[in-house]
Design a protein around this ligand. Structure first.
Ligand code: WT7
Length: 652
């Protein structure tokens, strides 16, 4: 891995001290924070055990906190039993929380629907009864391929109520991607909708679902279809059922099934550098504990907050911070069906005013896009309800951080830059808004109980503050992934093998400054981060090569002002297609990738070439391609190159 010798070129010196007003009311103050850190260090069992007892309602108490007998297959609270949906809903019903808004949903067209905790409990119980009737029981996998509507949350919680394992597939993914995920989990049931709305257009979800289930031999018995757009769809007799018909006479009582703390709550797919996306498996007890704790610590959540996480439920951010975390702590969460710029660039700000949002969590890519459209948009709205801002998905450039802080937060609201991953379940490195001075562009310091480090190629801690290294985590934590679905070997190989199971290897490079602040530098593998979403170069390459005109392809990222990274594809055509019209082919290939993976994976530019720079062992030299894609002069050592002429050709 060559990227690790990187020196940080970022010289960000600004520090924003904690606001006293904020600190006074914060869930965690400096003394509490220090005490938590100390306890976590000295008495991890006591630390995690106490938090798990305080934070969650257990049907059967656990007697052991951490079982590391099969490390790195860690088990947390493993003889305890609980139900995640009961923790998110039922336990709030005996308090005034019963009648407060759990979900406020705003549709793209401006329609608003609100569910109190009592109402959401009722809907979830009814849908759990529907699932039961369809033969779903504990441990069955259920695929969910839905737009961002309240029913998606209802479906997830209904699965959790029965101990069925959901696998949500982002509605922007293609039929092909859905098919792969269904195949991998062997889901018995698919829950989808006729279609969804996105930026004024209609997404044909049911049609994609039909394509995904076209071939015989798939695992899905039944398909539940929610009517959202009202568009015409084919309903297959005996297989496809309408959500509203099933719900008509569903009873609103359904006992929650107690499951083991280690019982998988969900599988969620994420890209890696090689092979197909990995099904990341999260537990019930440990995952929920970490979701709830980080809601309190990092988002400083209070009963009176209106909290908005803009992520789609199809991503891990949507799982942890738009659903499980907020409901576990009895918060009011806003869900939004649409995109930041529809119908205009004021949509987010209008919604903050309309719903009185106090805690707002979004992605740097959205901040950059909105920043570009000018201060006049947020200027039109009353944003005084805000008290805390957050970001996630990629490093936020200091300029965008400053804009967010100044224009949206009016220099009143702390900005919490939260570093985490699908695999980590929740935030690992993030500021505590009442404790941590902020530095624009840094995710600051680890949360209590989290022990990261930066190590070199040998696994030794990196000395010095400028030198980057592998970001690793030295101790297990309850919210961590448990394995890769159906593939323990891949879990070991991807996250642990590099340093002989000593650390969890995040796949990011980072450096740490003199104050112990972490600065994420990027991925060390060939993973792209496009608008805060991880995409494997391999997946995009495979998609390109599956097109009849393509013989070989290599995909790299290049910096992009708004998306963070843009996708450049180098393509070698098959002999039979070298005469094809290049513009038409470019469009066809972009479309092809969109169908194979989803529109987010569409290459931004495609360069046709006769050759790719390769090492003598036949490996594509991506760092050269990256330099070429950025239009940089090639100053790198090309002596290991098998075909040096190629680089000169490509550079032209
Ligand atoms: C990768 C994880 C975690 C939910 C969203 C993405 C990058 C994430 C930050 C941040 C710098 C970040 C990392 C990480 N990343 N948050 N605050 N600062 N980089 O989840 O798809 O699993 O991607 O996103 O590279 O490894 P994901």
């Amino acid at each position: 891995m060559s990227g690790i010798q990187l020196e940080s070129i970022l010289t960000e010196a600004r520090v924003f001290p904690v606001h006293e007003d904020f600190a006074r009311q914060a869930n965690l103050n400096s003394e509490q924070y220090a005490a938590l850190c100390r306890r976590a260090e000295e008495d991890p069992s006591g630390f995690w055990g106490d938090l798990a007892r305080q934070e969650l309602a257990w049907d059967k108490p656990f007697t052991q906190v951490l079982d590391d007998s099969r490390a790195p297959f860690y088990r947390w609270f493993a003889d305890g039993e609980l139900n995640v949906a009961a923790n998110c809903l039922d336990r709030h019903l005996s308090s005034p929380t019963r009648n407060k808004a759990a979900l406020i949903w705003e549709g793209e067209d401006g329609e608003v629907r609100t569910f109190t905790y009592g109402q959401l409990h009722r809907e979830v119980s009814r849908f759990a009864n529907v699932l039961k009737k369809l033969g779903i029981t504990t441990g069955d996998r259920v695929a969910i391929y839905m737009p961002m509507v309240p029913e998606a949350a209802v479906a997830m919680l209904a699965c959790a109520r029965l101990g069925a394992i959901h696998s949500v597939v982002f509605g922007g993914f293609s039929a092909e991607a859905l098919k792969d995920r269904i195949e991998d989990t062997q889901a018995k049931l698919l829950i989808t909708a006729d279609g969804g709305f996105r930026a004024g257009r209609v997404v044909h979800l049911k049609q994609h679902a039909d394509q995904a289930l076209m071939r015989d031999g798939h695992s899905v018995d039944k398909v539940v279809v929610l009517r959202r757009t009202g568009q015409e769809v084919d309903m297959l007799d005996g297989r496809d059922l309408w959500w509203h018909e099933l719900m008509q006479d569903a009873e609103p009582q359904c006992p929650a099934v107690s499951v083991n703390a280690e019982h998988p709550l969900f599988v969620l797919y994420t890209s890696g550098s090689t092979g197909k996306p990995k099904g990341i498996v999260h537990s019930s007890g440990g995952y929920l504990l970490w979701s709830a704790l980080t809601m309190r610590w990092v988002f400083d959540i209070k009963p009176e907050d209106v909290y908005w996480c803009t992520a789609d439920i199809g991503w891990v951010t949507g799982h942890t911070y738009a659903l499980y975390g907020p409901l576990a702590v009895g918060a009011t969460v806003l869900l939004f069906e649409g995109v930041p710029t529809y119908p205009d660039a004021g949509r987010f700000w209008a919604m903050i005013e309309r719903h009185g949002v106090s805690v707002f969590y979004t992605a740097p890519t959205a901040v950059r896009a909105l920043m570009k459209l000018g201060e006049e948009w947020p200027g039109k709205y009353d944003l005084s309800s805000l008290r805390l801002l957050g970001t996630v998905g990629e490093p936020i450039n200091p300029e965008a951080w400053m804009w967010y802080y100044r224009v949206i937060g009016k220099e009143r609201c702390p900005v919490v830059d939260t570093w985490w991953q699908t695999e980590t379940g929740g935030h690992l490195i993030a500021p505590l808004p009442g404790v941590t001075p902020l530095k624009p562009g840094s995710c600051t310091r680890p949360l209590p109980g989290i022990f990261p480090d930066i190590v070199d190629e040998e696994g030794d801690p990196v000395q010095g503050t400028e030198a980057g290294g592998y970001l690793v985590v030295k101790r297990p934590w309850p919210g961590m992934l448990r394995t890769v679905w159906g593939n323990d070997a891949r879990y070991l190989e991807t996250y642990w093998a590099k340093f002989q199971n000593r650390y969890y290897v995040a796949g990011d490079s980072a450096h740490r400054d003199a104050d112990g602040y972490y600065w994420i530098m990027g991925r060390i593998d060939d993973v792209l981060n496009v608008s805060g979403h991880r995409l494997g170069t391999m997946e995009i390459e495979s998609a390109l090569v599956s097109h009849p005109a393509v013989a070989e392809a290599a995909v790299v990222g290049r910096p992009h002002e708004i998306k963070g990274e843009a996708i450049t594809a180098f393509v070698i055509l098959r002999q039979s297609h070298v005469q094809d019209d290049r513009d038409r082919l470019t469009e066809a290939l972009r479309q092809h990738v969109s169908e194979a993976i989803g529109p987010i994976a569409k290459p931004d530019d495609i360069r046709f070439t006769d050759n790719l720079p390769k090492t003598r062992s036949g490996k594509i030299m991506r760092r050269l391609l990256r330099a070429i894609a950025r239009g940089e002069e090639i100053t790198q050592d090309t002596s290991t190159l098998e075909n040096e002429e190629t680089v000169r050709q490509l550079g032209r």
